[in-house]
Design a protein around this ligand. Sequence first.
Ligand SMILES: [Zn+2]
Length: 492
Amino acid sequence: MCSLCSSGNRGIAHSPHDAVSGASHSGPALAAAHGPAGMPQGLNTPGRRTLIKGGIILSVDDAVGNFPSGDVLIENGRIVSIGAQIDAADAVVIDARGKIVMPGFIDTHHHQFETVLRSQLAHGILINDGLPVNAANYYESVLQKLSLVYTPEDVYINELFGGISQLDAGVTTVMDVSQIHHSPEHSDAVIEGLRDTGRRAVFGYFEGWGDRARYPEDARRLRDTYFSSDDQLLSMIMGGEIYLPGFERAWEVGRDLGLPIALHVVGTFGMQPTFDRLGAEGWFGPDNIFIHMTGMSDDGWRYAADAGAHVSLSVPIEMHMRHGTPPIQKALDRGMCLSLSSDVECTMSADMFTQMRGLITVQRMFANASALEGATDYPALMQPMDVIRHATIEGARGLKLDKVTGSLTPGKQADIILLDADALNVAPLNHVAGAVVTLMERTNVNTVMVGGVVKKWNGQLLGFDIARLRGRIEESRDRVFAAAGVERSLFN
Ligand SMILES: [Zn+2]
């Protein structure tokens, strides 16, 4: 790992290098770092200010407001001012006319180590229900079979490839739920993959399996080795799955280290009695991130809401894989902070447009059904701007990063995306949040910036040799499937 790669939120573009000194996994296959044609000279140059000019500004900060045409000035990776017209003669200018300028998306729960399994379980459900058609269920085939054979090299390339794919789709922050800690080397590989991706990421330290697994006790080494500084792109959260024996120790270790504690909360895993008991005993706090929250009791919800816990929903996955009905309204009715998460690409896309449309259509489906049945007190219909908040600032709050990212606010890191509002599928633009939530998809993500560094310019991801990385992820796919004894079938 070279010092520039590891310099965290500086993420400065630098010379191409494949043989990265000290890297365990032959590096991120960086391509030439000079930008494509049309990229302004001086962009990504340390010390130069950047001015995003003439964009349609959707700040997601009420104190800043929105601008039909406005500018964002960036200095040393941070947003320094936002306004209708900013003069900064020394700055490199990004012409943002026709582009929606908004904070990057935040995914609060993604399993990047499963990238080689993409679409493998498009037909799958979560757990075995005894029917032959559901024999390829997630719990048995992914968690108890395929994931067990990963080497650290597999872990690294999965993390990297899944990460840059999301970066390309405008997801500038992720919590990666890595249930792949079969050895300390596996843990190191997760973090190297997240770091080489070059975006903001929360390392979710979850379980692993086998004789060499060190979860949760290795948390202190990992925290001290990789997360001792706040001035970097990576931070850490402790996994604390309450369906695993000994979870109490993981919570204790996490809280000793001052780490938030995240866990899947899924009724079909039989978690409701444990969840209720923990709530009644006062275990919950504002440091908890509860993922899915399907099938929980009213008491469980009350304990979670009273504790100020965060809820992360993967709406399409929850419907598709039988986690249970997405409890959107339960979280909203209790005033809880609610974010979106992609979960697993073995079954669903990890772009946030899919998540946003899942959220708004399901919430409105239930409210509309209630209205059609004659109710007059049906829930307020979710608005596109609400969805944008769930996909940005509320995710930042959940990950304890809201002082850093999640909105276009002076002082925050410049995690910014430019979305093409002139595109064939969007023009003419009539409503900004509406266009983002109901019309756009990943091809509209024109430019992506993390901590003030441009990572994607005019539709092109910078700094990676994608063809080479694709070769490596295919090799990993072949290795994992062969080792697990799983036959890959393109058409069955
Ligand atoms: Zn998950």
